[in-house]
Design a protein around this ligand. Structure first.
Ligand code: ADP
Ligand code: MG
Ligand code: ZN
Length: 491
C-alpha cells in the first residue's frame, strides 16, 4: 500500500504574539487589532519613519525567556537582532527586526500525547524574538468603484512576536495537531498569549515532505504559510501529504515551494518556488546592541515558570485520584484546573465526584451557553455545595442537573434553588412504599406482563413512580422496593 511505503515528515514554525503592554521596539500600546480603531496606536518607530530609533522591550524578552524555559530550551547568553529585508506594504521600514544567527532560545523539546502509546518527543530548534507586521485590508474593485485598493492598519506593526521553530519530528497531521495544541496550551499557561486564533495572535506554518519509509535523509519539502486555524492546519497537511505521495507514485519530483492554503477549495496553491525564493539579506541590526542575558536573570525567570500541564496532570492523578480522562480535560486550561482545585478544597468527599460534574454537566452547559469557566456565574464553592447535596442523598442526579442548569442561568446558590423548587429527594421508605404500591395497583396489566417474564417493564414502573414524585424519588430505593413487591406477587 502506498501509505505504508512512504513516511511523511513535518516541521512547524509557530508565530505567537506576546501579551505585553507595549510594542517590541517602541512605547506604543499593544491593542486588540480586531476592536481598536485603525492606526490609533502608532508612532514614528512602528511606522518606519526615517531616523526613528528602536529600543528593546524588556518585558517581551522576559516572556520569550519564559516560553524558552517551558520548552526546555537553552537561553543563550549572547543574543542579537538582525534585519530581515523584504518589501511589502505592511512592512513600513522595508525590513523586519528579527533574530538570525543568535536566537534567544535553542535546543529544546516537548512531549506530546498522540494515539501511539508513548508520547512523541518533538525537538524545538529555536525560539526567537521579532516584530509583527501591519495588517492589510484588500478592498476589491467592485466596492472601491475606481479599482481595487488596500488599507493598512499599523496598530499591529511592531507587536512583539515569538517564532518557535520545531525539528522535523512529526509524521502525520495528527502529530502536528497535537504539537500545535500543546504549544498553545503552554503559551496560555504562561499567560503570554491568549491562544485566540480568530484574532490572529497565534499562526502556524507547516513544512511537509514525504520520503520512503526507512530512508535516513530528508526529502525536499514544501512550506505551507498562514494556517490560521487548527482545522486549516490539519486539512492542509493531510492534503499536502497525499499530493506529494501521489506525485512520487507517478514518478514526479517534488519542487521546493512556498504554498498557501485555499480554505474554499480545500487545496494548497503555489505562492512561490525555490527559484523565486527571497534572499532576505540578513545583517546585524545596527540600531540595537547585542543583548547579553545575565544568568541571574535566567534564574529569576525560571523561578516564575508555573506548574505546566504535564506536571499538573500527574499531580491530579496522584493527589486527587481523578480518572485520566477527567484530569486531561481539566489541565488543558489553567483556569479550569484552578477552578477544580478551589472546588476540591470546599468538598469533603471524593474529588472525582467534582471532576465528573465539571467535565460532564457543567462543561455541557458552558458549551451550550458559550461561557468560559471565568464567565460562568457558578463559584467553585457553589459547585462543591451542589455535588455535596448529591453525595449526601439530598438530591438525585436528575434534580441536581436541573439545579445546576438554574445555577448557570441565574447564579443563585444551590440551596436556594432546591428550596424554591421543592427538589429535596424523597428517601423516606414509608412514603416511597406507598407510591410504589399505588403504581402497581393502578397498572394490573403491566404487573401481569412483568410476572409473565417481561422484566424490562421494571424501568417503566420506575418512570411512573418518578412521575408521581415529580422526579424526586431516590432511584435505588424505588428499584429495590419495586423488585421486592413484584417478587412477593410472584409467589
Ligand atoms: P527556513 O528558515 O528556510 O524556513 P529551516 O531549515 O529553518 O528553513 O526549517 C524551517 C522548518 O522546516 C523547521 O521547522 C524544520 O523542522 C522544517 N523542515 C526542514 N526540512 C524539512 C523537511 N525536509 N521536511 C519537513 N520539514 C522540514
Ligand atoms: Mg520558514
Ligand atoms: Zn510605535
Amino acid at each position: 500500500m502506498v501509505i505504508d511505503k512512504y513516511e511523511p515528515v513535518i516541521g512547524m514554525e509557530i508565530h505567537a504574539e506576546l501579551r505585553t503592554a507595549s510594542k517590541m521596539f517602541c512605547g506604543c500600546a499593544v491593542v486588540d487589532t480586531t476592536v481598536a480603531a485603525p492606526n490609533t496606536a502608532i508612532c514614528p518607530v512602528c511606522t518606519g519613519l526615517p531616523g526613528a530609533m528602536p529600543t528593546v522591550n524588556e518585558h517581551a524578552v522576559t516572556q520569550a525567556m519564559l516560553v524558552g524555559l517551558a520548552l526546555n530550551c537553552e537561553i543563550n547568553a549572547f543574543t542579537s537582532f538582525a534585519r530581515k529585508n523584504y518589501f511589502y506594504p505592511d512592512l513600513p521600514k522595508g525590513y523586519q527586526i528579527s533574530q538570525f544567527d543568535h536566537p534567544l532560545a535553542t535546543d529544546g523539546w516537548i512531549e506530546v500525547a498522540t494515539e501511539a502509546s508513548d508520547p512523541l518527543r518533538v525537538g524545538v530548534r529555536r525560539a526567537h524574538l521579532e516584530e509583527d507586521t501591519a495588517k492589510s485590508f484588500h478592498v476589491p474593485s467592485e466596492r472601491a468603484g475606481v479599482g481595487a485598493y488596500t488599507l493598512i492598519d499599523y496598530n499591529r506593526s511592531g507587536v512583539p512576536l515569538l517564532e518557535i521553530v520545531s525539528e522535523p519530528d512529526m509524521h502525520s497531521a495528527a502529530d502536528a495537531y497535537a504539537y500545535a495544541t500543546k504549544i498553545r496550551e503552554i503559551l496560555r499557561y504562561l499567560e503570554v498569549n491568549s491562544g485566540d486564533m480568530e484574532k490572529g495572535v497565534l499562526r502556524f506554518e507547516a513544512n511537509v515532505s514525504v520520503r520512503l519509509r526507512g530512508a535516513r535523509t530528508l526529502s525536499t519539502r514544501t512550506e505551507i504559510k498562514n494556517l490560521n486555524s487548527f482545522r486549516a492546519l490539519t486539512r492542509a497537511i493531510t492534503y499536502e501529504i497525499t499530493r506529494q505521495m501521489d506525485a512520487m507514485e507517478s514518478g514526479e519530483t517534488i519542487a521546493q515551494q512556498t504554498l498557501g492554503w485555499d480554505e474554499a477549495r480545500d487545496a494548497t496553491f503555489v505562492q512561490r518556488s525555490k527559484e523565486q525564493a527571497q534572499d532576505y539579506r540578513y545583517f546585524p541590526e545596527p540600531d540595537l546592541p547585542p543583548l547579553t542575558i545575565d544568568r541571574g536573570w535566567v534564574a529569576e525567570v525560571r523561578a516564575t515558570v508555573p506548574e505546566l500541564p504535564a506536571a499538573k496532570f500527574a499531580r491530579f492523578l496522584e493527589v486527587y485520584g481523578l480518572p485520566e480522562n477527567d484530569a486531561r480535560i481539566l489541565v488543558a486550561e489553567r483556569a479550569l484546573a484552578d477552578y477544580f482545585e478551589h472546588a476540591a478544597e470546599a468538598y469533603a468527599k471524593d474529588p472525582a465526584d467534582l471532576s465528573k460534574w465539571m467535565v460532564g454537566e457543567l462543561a455541557y452547559l458552558m458549551n451550550r451557553d458559550g461561557l468560559t469557566i471565568e464567565q460562568v456565574p457558578v463559584t467553585p464553592e457553589a459547585l462543591a455545595k451542589l455535588v455535596a447535596l448529591v453525595s449526601d442523598g439530598t438530591l438525585n442526579q436528575n434534580s441536581a442537573k436541573e439545579v445546576l442548569e438554574t445555577m448557570v442561568e441565574t447564579g443563585k446558590p444551590p440551596g436556594t434553588i432546591v428550596q424554591e423548587r421543592g427538589l429535596v429527594q424523597i428517601s423516606d421508605e414509608d412514603r416511597l412504599s406507598q407510591v410504589v404500591d399505588e403504581v402497581l395497583l393502578e397498572n394490573p396489566e403491566q404487573v401481569k406482563s412483568y410476572l409473565a417474564g417481561k422484566t424490562s417493564l421494571l424501568q417503566w414502573f420506575m418512570g411512573q413512580v418518578m412521575r408521581k414524585t415529580r422526579g424526586r424519588a431516590q432511584p435505588q430505593m424505588v428499584l429495590a422496593l419495586l423488585r421486592e413487591r413484584l417478587t412477593a406477587r410472584q409467589k
